[in-house]
Design a protein around this ligand. Structure first.
Ligand code: DGY
Length: 333
């Protein structure tokens, strides 16, 4: 029996590759950098299913180039890189990798929050520059974290994991979400707030929401103006939920007091991004899920999803389950 054909758009951890190799004829772009778009599209055109990174655009151009593809396994929980309605309309299954990256991403949110609040990067740079002067009562004062109020925008898995960390810091937890999160309220005494109220009341505002039409540009000049002048803003969701130019102006004016972000409007962000020249901004290069175990778990889950989909077994974490079961080009399921 012929095996289904898979294309893997980047080098992936070996355990994940072995899962695909055991069930599919596959090709892989065996590199850490992305394939040129035309190569990617040509390779996808030969495949029944593809395993892709969150940096790959899966859109109308992809669908036109790769009409044989019936399954797209994204190695990421966010899937704003994929035009899901277009793929659903064509009967193409989309899967993502929830759960496995929750704790690692919440850890990074916490690292950024602490770094911005306690001026960790600014302090390191001062030492490096030989600018560490005498100890004095007002040197490098930061913001208290323990016992402060945190406002989490987006109460999904990652938002909830951030809230659990906040609880250990004896913080008052506010959240804003499309729907209420009764579990968060019961287990962590989290309190629901309207968006503007959350911004006004929080010492720490954390963006943990997916990028959607509603959240694009949500954190703009108006939102920053509502924050406290001692507030710290942290973004671990997607760069586009923030109007970056508004954040630059807001940080220059000191409201919020500081910000930290793992994600940027354009990635990689250019060296001359004005945010990077501000002492009250800390950036990391989209490394929320970047631990060896988490990335291996993400790749493995994406591989299992792809193999399941291409061999007639239900995918583990489908984004559009309504298209299941799918029919491959050779007629098999
Ligand atoms: C995701 O999974 O959406 C992350 O942003 C990728 O690291």
């Amino acid at each position: 029996m012929t095996k289904p054909r898979a294309f893997i758009s980047r080098r992936i951890p070996r355990p994940a590759l072995e899962i695909i190799a055991s069930a599919c004829d596959y090709t892989m772009w065996d590199d850490l950098m992305p394939a040129p778009r035309d190569h990617f599209l040509r390779a996808a055109a030969e495949a029944d299913g593809v395993l892709v990174m969150p940096t790959e655009r899966i859109d109308a151009e992809f669908l036109a180039a790769a009409p044989r593809v019936r399954a797209v396994a994204n190695m990421g929980v966010g899937y704003d890189n994929i035009d899901v309605p277009a793929l659903t309309a064509r009967g193409v299954l989309v899967t993502n990798t929830p759960d496995v990256l929750t704790e690692a991403t919440a850890d990074l949110a916490w690292a950024l929050l602490m770094a911005a609040a306690r001026r960790v990067v600014e302090g390191h740079k001062a030492i490096e520059a030989g600018a560490w002067g005498a100890w004095h009562p007002f040197y490098m004062l930061g913001q208290d974290v323990f016992g402060a109020t945190i406002g989490i925008v987006g109460a999904g898995r990652i938002g909830a994991a951030i809230a659990r960390r906040a609880r250990a810091f004896n913080m008052r937890i506010l959240y804003h979400n499309r729907g209420r999160a009764p579990q968060l309220e019961a287990a962590l005494l989290a309190e629901y707030r309207a968006f503007d109220d959350l911004l006004r009341e929080s010492d720490y505002v954390v963006a943990a929401t997916p990028l959607t039409a509603e959240t694009r540009g949500l954190f703009d000049a108006r939102a920053f103006a509502l924050m406290k002048d001692t507030a710290v803003f942290v973004n671990i969701s997607r760069g586009a939920v923030v109007k970056e130019e508004d954040l630059v102006e807001a940080l220059k004016r000191g409201r919020p007091w500081a910000a930290a972000s793992d994600v940027f409007a354009a990635e990689p962000t250019p060296r001359d991004n004005p945010l990077l020249s501000l002492p009250n901004f800390v950036g990391t290069p989209h490394i929320g899920s970047a631990t060896l175990r988490t990335r291996t778990d993400m790749a493995t889950l994406a591989a299992r999803n792809l193999v399941n989909a291409l061999t007639g077994q239900a995918p583990l974490t489908p984004v559009n389950p309504e298209v299941w079961p799918i029919k491959l080009a050779n007629g098999s399921r």
